[in-house]
Ligand binder design. Structure first.
Ligand code: UD1
Length: 426
């Protein structure tokens, strides 16, 4: 396995030296589509930028494609600004649709991009529909005009490979399995992922244990997030003093699509709001459910009425989806985070903030073993019990950083890819 020895942090200069032996620029095409993709690809962009900045001519030609799976300004554009991501070179504008239609639309539009751009490598991250759709296209497209004018199929890299919840009712689990099964380079974030891939018969030499690019981005932006005024904007801080509060994020179909399940969970969040404000940056699909199922009595629009005492208890405080820096700041100071997201389990692990995960399984078990995460599912009793337990034990939790979650994962990834590119007959 390409795991051990990968912990070494490669110098950008050594990568440039390696690439200077190649006769052509290494063409990498990276894909983003949905909110959790942006922070992962930001780390890759940064690592590539470092390499190119040290060379006299561009060594890695990086093409960024946005499928448009997420398109609202606060689900997409604000992340480009906060993370200083370059504007996408190509936008596919697919928008929302059923899973199959969305996947098919992405595949149809992405195929012509691959044919035109002829990348040596397509890089996909995470587990959203855009990830699986573009992975399949990459491995089914013969590009004209490779070495000696021979047609070639691009290589495929999957960043955050091997995670498994073992719950095949989750669309993300299907996306992970499909993507991993066709990838040439499987970059993993934790030991469980290496084991999952080996068990599924992935050859050892395709698996690279490099760490977590989402944490690269978190560590890079942590001090900048301190400048965010979100705590003052949401009246959660008085001068330097931060009041106790909880954050809630919830968007998975298993939690919000069934009115009974959703409203029972909301009852337990109302209970928690008796102890401290519950701030809920709501995902568009959750907001739609709230409106369609007439559940708005549970909530107060925090920006309009949050400071009025008669609203301050017994209502969940609704705010729009937040940008990256604001959410990072909000998460850093929270007493507890209640969530059904995947990435937030990892981020709270590094921040040392208790995380109550509103799911029965996690594809990120290292956050349970090393981090601050605990699984409670959607049962109101378990949510309340865990909240009470945490309230007694106090705020920050002892956590150990998982291996290689050190801010250098993207550098390791680029080193592996460049080494192979230079050795290959591209
Ligand atoms: C997707 C990912 C999920 C990830 C989540 C993060 C898949 C299968 N799921 O779920 O893993 O945790 O992103 O946010 O890819 N909508 C808008 N504006 C937007 C985007 C979506 O209004 O910018 C609404 C639409 O009504 C859409 C719904 O949200 O139908 C769901 O969006 P979609 O991209 O299909 O899935 P998510 O639930 O966001």
């Amino acid at each position: 396995m390409g795991t051990d020895g990968r912990g070494i942090v490669p110098e950008a200069a050594s990568i440039v030296l390696r690439l200077s032996c190649s006769l052509m620029a290494f063409r990498i095409l990276s894909v983003v589509g949905a909110r959790p993709n942006f922070m992962k690809v930001a780390a890759i962009c940064e690592a590539i930028k470092r390499v190119n900045s040290l060379a006299s001519v561009e060594q890695i030609h990086h093409i960024l494609v946005h499928t448009g799976q997420h398109y609202d300004s606060n689900m997409s554009d604000s992340f480009f600004d906060d993370l200083e991501l370059p504007k996408p070179d190509i936008s596919l504008g697919v928008g929302s649709a059923s899973h199959s239609v969305q996947t098919a639309r992405i595949m149809e539009r992405f195929e012509s991009v691959v044919l035109k751009e002829q990348p040596h490598l397509v890089l996909v991250v995470g587990d959203v529909n855009s990830t699986a759709a573009c992975a399949m296209v990459a491995k089914k497209t013969w590009c004209p005009g490779g070495k000696d004018k021979k047609d070639f199929i691009p290589k495929l890299a999957h960043v955050e490979a091997g995670l498994r919840s073992f719950d095949r009712t989750m669309p993300e689990e299907i996306n992970r399995i499909v993507t991993d099964s066709v990838s040439d380079y499987l970059f993993t974030t934790e030991e469980s992922a290496n084991q999952n891939l080996l068990r599924e018969g992935i050859p050892e030499n395709r698996i690279f244990f490099v760490g977590n690019v989402m944490i690269d981005t978190l560590l890079r932006h942590r001090s900048k997030a301190q400048e965010s005024t979100i705590l003052q904007d949401l009246q959660l801080a008085d001068g330097q003093e931060v009041k106790p509060y909880a954050i809630l994020t919830l968007h998975r179909p298993a939690n919000v699509d069934d009115k009974q399940v959703f409203s029972e969970m909301l009852d337990s969040f109302l209970d928690i709001s008796r102890h401290m404000p519950v701030i809920f940056p709501a995902h568009p699909r959750t907001l739609k459910q709230i409106q369609d199922e007439n559940l708005s009595d549970y909530f107060v629009d925090h920006l309009v009425q949050g400071s009025e005492p008669r609203y301050s208890r017994l209502r969940i405080r609704l705010v729009p989806p937040l940008g990256y820096l604001d959410f990072l700041r909000l998460m850093s100071e929270a007493r507890v985070v209640l969530t059904d997201s995947g990435g937030i389990q990892e981020e709270t692990t590094i921040l040392g903030v208790p995380c109550i995960t509103l799911r029965d399984s996690t594809e990120r078990p290292v956050t349970l073993e090393h981090g601050t995460n605990v699984l409670v599912g959607s049962s109101p009793e378990r949510i309340i019990r865990e909240f009470n337990r945490l309230s007694v034990s106090g705020q920050k939790q002892l956590n150990r950083s998982p291996r290689y979650w050190d801010g250098n994962a993207a550098k390791r990834i680029i080193r592996v890819l460049v080494d192979d590119f230079c050795l290959s007959d591209h």
